[in-house]
Design a protein around this ligand. Structure first.
Ligand SMILES: *Cc1c(COP(=O)(O)O)cnc(C)c1O
Length: 396
């Protein structure tokens, strides 16, 4: 049986009813006008979500990881050098993918609990006088830890070094939940997936591509077929697709962009900020540590919580799932067993967040964690009450 509880994994996220219905569609001929009428406005909507005026948007039938591959396969050649910040499970995976494709990856290593060191990026770029570094790869919201990296600041560092490197951003868990400014930050490739902030089932990798990165395609020596930007671009121009698209999911994407733009992107970001802050206050009230050390660099999409010494976070997740039918995120990679994650991106309200906090409290109490029942719930309630009062005043 599928529980009616919301999920608190940081993707796939809860799917609003209107978006779910949009994905339930009879077969359409993807070579007919009806498909164009779905594809083109979905792409226009995604441009707004990415805050890009002229950037290209390509929608691949893949999960987020496909976008990582698309980013490098269309812009680089084997043997090229890229600079990549490690510091989390997803960042490390993207680096592995780059190495498998024959790229020379210089990594900037930092503890998983902290954001990437900008001075180290700056040093690497400053000392690269020949311009060997073709791209800088950064994960915006590191979903495995809850750390947020400041993309605008990375752009400033690249500019400050007067370096020509492109900027590639993994925005899989940030885009559509946190502010993302493809044009302002001059992001060359922005990677996202359908099942996170876009509140869709998994199955689409959506990639925003700057004109500059797109124009590199003819000279990029990396082999590519399925993820070819140029083939996509040619087909889109003809209102079609280079192979069979996931038309139903693209119809869902159209609904998702409407949903987000109707709420207003800034309101969506404010809602995530508020919900995340309530969850962080709950963690504080429990007396547990938020894994992301620096309060200025915490993601509004997901919170990683360090479990007390001697506790196994995997057991906590299993227990919450079996006893309460509530899904939280496990610790991945080097923090397996040490942290659990509350995902709070996508379709979520204050009230849903409180139910997740309450469920986590019950599961922790069952397993003998030194956490007082109701403490986190009360802290979040206080915060959400105060915040909505402030909103009422504004509205009055
Ligand atoms: C989920 C996620 C991915 C991987 O996406 P898949 O859809 O599982 O392929 C990559 N990066 C980040 C930051 C993510 O949150």
């Amino acid at each position: 049986m599928i529980s009616q509880n919301p999920v608190f994994v940081p993707g796939p996220t809860n799917i609003p009813e209107v978006i779910r219905k949009a994905c339930d569609m009879p077969t359409v001929d993807h070579r007919a006008n009806i498909f164009t009428e779905i594809l083109h406005p979905a792409i226009a909507g995604m441009r707004k979500v990415l805050k890009t005026k002229n950037g290209h948007v390509f929608v691949f039938p893949a999960s987020g990881s496909g976008g990582w591959e698309a980013a490098i396969a269309n812009t680089l050649s084997p043997g090229d050098t890229v600079l990549a910040a490690s510091g989390g499970f997803f960042a490390v995976r993207w680096i592995e993918l780059c190495r498998l494709h024959g790229l020379n990856v210089k990594t900037i290593d930092s503890p998983w609990s902290n954001h990437i060191p900008l001075d180290a990026i700056s040093r690497e770029l400053e000392s690269d006088r020949k311009g060997a570094i073709k791209a800088v790869l950064v994960t915006h919201s590191e979903t495995s830890t809850g750390v947020l990296n400041d993309i605008g600041a990375v752009r400033s560092v690249i500019d400050g070094a007067s370096h020509e490197a492109m900027l590639f951003v993994d925005g899989v868990s940030s885009i559509a939940s946190m502010d993302f400014r493809m044009d302002d930050w001059r992001v060359d490739v922005a990677v996202c997936g359908s099942q996170k902030g876009l509140m869709l089932p998994a199955g689409l990798s959506i990639v925003g591509v700057s004109e500059r990165a797109f124009d590199l395609a003819p000279s990029a020596g990396m082999p590519r077929f399925y993820f070819d930007f140029s083939a996509m671009h040619r087909s889109y121009g003809a209102g079609s697709y280079p192979y069979t698209p996931s038309a139903a999911l693209i119809n869902g994407l159209l609904a998702s962009t409407h949903f987000l733009l109707d709420e207003g992107l800034e309101n969506v970001f404010a809602r995530h900020q508020r919900i995340a802050e309530g969850i962080r206050r709950a963690v504080e009230a429990w007396g547990l540590e938020i894994f992301a050390e620096d309060p200025e660099h915490r993601s509004n999409a997901v919170t990683g919580i360090t479990v007390p010494n001697g506790c196994d976070s995997a057991e906590l997740i299993r227990h919450a799932a079996t006893k309460y039918e509530v899904a939280f995120g496990i610790g991945l990679g080097e923090v397996a067993g040490k942290i659990f994650r509350i995902g709070h991106l996508g379709s979520l309200t204050d009230v849903m967040a409180i139910s997740g906090i309450a469920a986590a409290e019950m599961a922790m109490a069952d397993l003998g964690y030194p956490v007082e029942l109701g403490s986190g719930v009360a802290a979040a309630q206080e915060f959400y009450r105060g915040e909505s009062r402030a909103e009422q005043k504004l509205a009055a």
